[in-house]
Design a protein around this ligand. Sequence first.
Ligand SMILES: *Cc1c(COP(=O)(O)O)cnc(C)c1O
Length: 452
Amino acid sequence: MSALPVGGPGLPQRRNLVTEIPGPASRALAARRSAAVAPGVSSVLPVFVTAAGGGVLVDADGNSLIDFGSGIAVTSVGNSASRVVDRVTSQVAQFTHTCFMVAPYEGYVEVCEELARRTPGDHPKRSALFNSGAEAVENAIKIARHYTGRSAVVAFDHAYHGRTNLTMALTAKNMPYKQGFGPFAGDIHRVPMAYPLRWPGGPQACASEALDTVKALIHAQVGEENVAAVIIEPIQGEGGFIVPPDGFLRDLAAFCASQGIVFIADEVQSGFCRTGDWFASEHDGVVPDLVTTAKGIAGGLPLAAVTGRSEIMDAVHVGGLGGTYGGNPAACAAALGAIETMEAEDLASKARRIGEIMLPRLRKLAGEHPVIADVRGRGAMIAIELTRPGTLEPDPATTAAVANYCHSRGLITLTCGTFGNVIRFLPPLVIGEDLLEEGLGILEDAFASLEA
Ligand SMILES: *Cc1c(COP(=O)(O)O)cnc(C)c1O
């Protein structure tokens, strides 16, 4: 076989299938995998990757696939962005690790300075760095509890906050995230999400009723004075790309402020230009007390952060926060390269442009295929929800069939949603428009094939 391409700026930006998906080399690796890797860790599409960048993934058979997943909203700058690669390469040649809690280094401070500059609000802020989104969420809850001296935490239906014990408790969906993994952390209280499509009285009622419902439940079942934090994803991710009505987040944040409750925006999936703003909270003019970030922050290296008001962050005693690897020097170098790329290439505008291309085509598709009950999202965080036509009954079977069709044609799409009936689109923000259009064409073919 000819040499496989390498990542980076030279990687050809085209779809090219040379075998079936997955091909023989990937199937051979899959056999080794099943003998060595725990089956609890699954993969959407079992093609083994050898190179990736821009808007494509290349597999071990030499197939080139269009990427509408970004490794779950991580590689917004691509999987081999030159600023990320260069900074990480020179950092690991200097030193790989000291542990910031043993002997600090500038990169960590610089990332925290960038977070203070980019997150909503111009109040004094501090940040602490961690390894994963779940770890950031856990720490945000620790900080909110310490600051308020309260213990209750309010989370939403359809929420996803991670897979550790506390974050499983915050996560709504049982299968596959929680089944058999309990008991879960206590004093977590769940309230309805402002989910326009599924609000009992419909979208209009959702906008006017959702906040009152949340407030009434907190009052009756928890007591405002016991609540340390309300945590919400400004656009819910795994739960189905649920976009609350305009004003909901703003009014929720104002309610929290009036009750001394810390308002935590979990921007792990929606942050870092994904929705067309640096952070999705900005759309509603919301200034969260604490923001959790991860995924898009570092171009694929593991990094996460809690950023918040200095009076909240400063409340924790010295030594109360940290971790061996949190803010690892290579991950910090990657974050600085990713943020520099977002700025230099104006990826927030790119995200908006992706939405402007996708939404009209998806709405047209929905007009032709009544199985698509909803088209929603912002920027490059877009989804379609599939139901039995004319009803709200979820249609996970058609959802899976469409995703499988796309995979077999070399388009990586992800599904999500509490009911498994949402197809989400998270292309890298640097994807070429020709690849974006080609990917949408494959999706359209997938729906046309349903009728065939
Ligand atoms: C993915 C995700 C998490 C968990 O992040 P990990 O890095 O997988 O631990 C938390 N919150 C949201 C909103 C996410 O999308």
